[in-house]
Design a protein around this ligand. Structure first.
Ligand code: GLU
Length: 316
């Protein structure tokens, strides 16, 4: 069993990231598998070296030790996406040879105009550039992005928490971008190449990525790899139902550490909030591995009242 935690170094680690990291670690440790740490820094504008080192430091401090990663190496490296561009180039060439890709010259404003009316819904591309003739393509001056054409196919998979999922590719994701016009690889391509080529058998991550899974399963298979088994976990939200984000101060792991909250307290608090343990108390890492019951995890978002960890800390 090979699991992975794949954070993006775009901010300081907060309770929401610690929640998914903890569950990845727990799933792998309970199964006696190998945990891979992969830094998803393919978004070069948003990723910062300072956040990358803070991430490693915070994960070490939490005690969520990994078996392969950027600092310790391993046979499936490199473990940072910025060092894996050769693999993405090769995958792009393979998809080009398989005649799955086409250049897309659509402007941002056209994409916005055909986009979903409400923010948050992802828009489905209308296939405009798929139908261009070779002559029309030849006449284009703009640098294109590259899209992959999805077939009329339904992908079915069983998620560890959310159960059977069926997704008809043309209406669930449509033809999606694999390489942007600025030469950056899209998350969907990078993550599929990485999970496939790193031999990942189990993916555990936030529910926000459940809707991307069908296209990744399809792409991983197309690249010739075996797709992993997926478990999406409920998100941590504040009392207004908003996801805990890196912008919310006071909930970063380093801030809690500076306020003398221990790492065992943070993980035990998360285990208690997620319903994984039977008593609200501080557990050691070893106890957490042996006593947390992942089958107790529900589907609903988990409401975290800001600063409740501090009162929980002193009460427990
Ligand atoms: N890098 C993504 C994030 O930090 C996670 C991607 C994944 O787990 O597939 O949100």
């Amino acid at each position: 069993m090979r699991g992975r935690f794949a954070p993006s170094p775009t901010g300081y680690m907060h309770l929401g990231n610690a929640w998914t990291a903890f569950l990845c670690w727990l799933q792998v440790r309970q199964a006696g598998g190998t945990l891979v740490l992969r830094i998803e820094d393919n978004d070069e504008q948003r990723s910062k070296p300072v956040f990358r080192s803070a991430l490693l430091e915070d994960l070490h401090w939490l005690g969520l030790q990994w078996d392969e990663g950027p600092d310790i190496g391993g046979t499936y490296g490199p473990y940072c996406q910025q060092k894996r561009y050769d693999l993405y180039n090769a995958a792009l060439e393979q998809l080009q040879r398989q005649e799955q890709l086409y250049p897309c010259y659509c402007s941002r404003s056209r994409l916005q105009a055909i986009g979903a009316p409400h923010a948050g819904e992802h828009s489905i591309y209308d296939g405009h550039c798929y139908t261009l003739t070779p002559e029309e393509r030849h006449g284009m001056t703009k640098k294109p992005s590259w899209r992959i054409h999805v077939p009329s196919q339904t992908i079915t998979f069983t998620d560890g928490i959310y159960g059977v999922q069926k997704s008809y590719l043309p209406t669930s994701c449509g033809d999606f971008v694999v390489r942007r016009a600025d030469d950056m690889y899209a998350y969907q391509l990078a993550v599929s190449v990485d999970d496939g080529s790193m031999g990942i058998t189990h993916v555990l991550r936030g529910r926000d990525l459940l809707s991307s899974t069908a296209q990744q399963i399809w792409l991983i298979s197309l690249l010739g790899y075996t797709p992993p088994v997926y478990t999406h976990v409920p998100m941590l939200v504040d009392e207004h139902g908003f996801r805990l984000s890196k912008r919310q101060h006071g909930l970063t792991i380093r801030q809690m550490r500076d306020e003398s909250v221990t790492s065992e307290t943070i993980l035990s608090y998360l285990a208690w909030q997620g319903g994984l343990v039977s008593e609200p108390r501080v557990y050691s890492l070893d106890e957490l591995v042996h006593q947390c019951d992942l089958t107790k995890l529900g589907r609903d978002d988990i409401v975290i009242v800001p600063n409740s960890i501090k009162t929980w800390n002193s009460a427990s």
